[in-house]
Design a protein around this ligand. Structure first.
Ligand code: COA
Length: 380
């Protein structure tokens, strides 16, 4: 760690990075594959269906997906197996222990871009947090593998707060800066959501996409001139079963449940919508008041990217009027829901043109429930 004497203990965002997988699936492609799967299943079970012993599966629809969620396409690490009605899951060869694992690989790609944009050498970074909604394995930590691949001295650890992992990571990193325990912390969020999405579930098969983001949180003393001051961070959790994934290391103790739908992402989407919108809007307004910020004067909201309707309602309650695309940019139309990475993608893609002094909000919400706010102001 570099000398603490030249620290301000004021955390800032020095730069962000983004890795976007090359392949993308449109709603049309997704629904076509899903409906072929449905037809095949119904054909296989035609006798049971005719005898009333089984309910037929129902087609998905492009119109429903776009209207209910705003999602038009999503990026994935592997497209072909996901769209193959016989597979409907990602596929790639297992990697050996001496090869970089896939989550680390895309985390490193995003991290490199953040470091490059900040003009920061990996050797100057003190810590790496891998903050994501699923980890490829329990240990060694993905963060330590990313740390090693980048050549960073110091420490790293994984943290999982589902869709709010990145904002919880930013507050954790900011707290290290505030306490003087670090001056440069990388928060990586590699989200390979295609691995925990049930591509055979009509209610949710359209939701997620794969991506990786990185946020470099640093002490203002060492930050590049063009950075974002962190004005305040706030976290909140409230237990809910409405978004759940029961996959875990104890599954093998209950073999009767192995392979069941609850070992992948499941949700009560409508309940989530209804309960999370007021919770998050209230949290943002309370935090703005604590920071003596006028919510109506926020220049831009980089909201969690799960549902365009949720964002419309939250932005309206915060700003006091219907938000324009300029005030609350959407990335879920082409990225889908990328879990914790969503608000960071929005910030990464839609922050450069803002003016020094402009104030905005990065905000996440999702499973747990969990929510996080990071109020930021452009420095230069
Ligand atoms: N194609 C066509 N119709 C579908 C469908 C599909 N893929 N999936 C569901 N439907 C149907 C349902 O069967 C239901 O039909 P019914 O009215 O005849 O019973 C109807 O559409 C409405 O379903 P519902 O699940 O209530 O839709 P919704 O309007 O709540 O939209 C979500 C679903 C998931 C898009 C929405 O609830 C959502 O985004 N919620 C928030 C999710 C969230 O933020 N989660 C956090 C995850 S990190």
């Amino acid at each position: 760690m570099t000398a603490v004497s030249s620290s301000t203990h004021r955390p800032v965002i020095s730069a962000t990075g983004l890795f976007t997988p090359e392949q993308s699936i449109t709603n049309e492609e997704l629904v076509d594959s899903f409906n072929r799967f449905v037809d095949r299943e119904n054909e296989i079970h035609a006798d049971e269906i005719a005898g009333g012993a089984r309910e037929p599966l129902t087609h998905s629809s492009v119109g429903f997906i776009e209207k209910a969620s705003g999602i038009k396409a999503r990026h994935v690490m592997t497209k072909e197996p996901v769209l193959d009605p016989q597979t409907m899951s990602p596929r790639w060869p297992e990697r050996g222990n001496d090869e970089l694992s896939l989550m680390a690989e895309i985390g490193v790609a995003a991290a490199r871009q953040a470091l490059e944009r900040a003009g920061r050498e990996p050797g100057d970074v003190d810590a790496v947090l891998c903050a994501a909604s699923n980890m490829e394995r329990p240990y060694p930590a993905m963060a330590i593998e990313i740390q090693q691949a980048l050549g960073i001295d110091g420490f790293g650890f994984d943290m999982n707060v589902a869709c709010s992992s990145a904002t919880f990571g930013i507050q954790t990193a900011a707290d290290y800066i505030r306490a003087g325990n670090a001056r440069s912390v990388l928060v990586c969020s590699p989200e390979i959501t295609s691995g925990h999405l049930n591509w055979r579930d009509r209610d949710s098969h359209f939701i997620f996409g794969d991506v990786a983001t990185a946020v470099l949180v640093e002490d203002a003393a060492i930050a590049p001139e063009a950075h974002w001051d962190i004005l305040g961070t706030k976290l909140k959790t409230v237990f809910s079963n409405n978004i759940r994934n029961n996959f875990g290391f104890l599954n093998r103790a209950s073999p009767e449940g192995e392979g069941q739908a609850d070992k992948l992402f499941v949700q009560e989407g409508r309940k989530v919508f209804k309960e999370v919108v007021p919770m998050v809007a209230e949290m943002i307004l309370e935090e703005a008041e604590r920071l003596s910020l006028d919510p109506a004067a926020l220049r831009r909201l980089w909201l969690h990217q799960a549902n365009a309707g949720m964002n419309r309602l939250i932005a309206q309650r915060v700003l006091g009027h219907e938000a324009s695309e300029d005030e609350s940019p959407t990335v879920l139309d082409t990225y889908g829901n990328t879990s914790s990475a969503g608000s960071i993608i929005a910030f990464h893609l839609h922050s450069e043109e803002l003016e020094p002094g402009d104030t905005g909000l990065i905000c996440s919400f999702g499973a747990g429930y969990s929510a996080g706010t990071v109020f930021v102001r452009k420095a230069a």
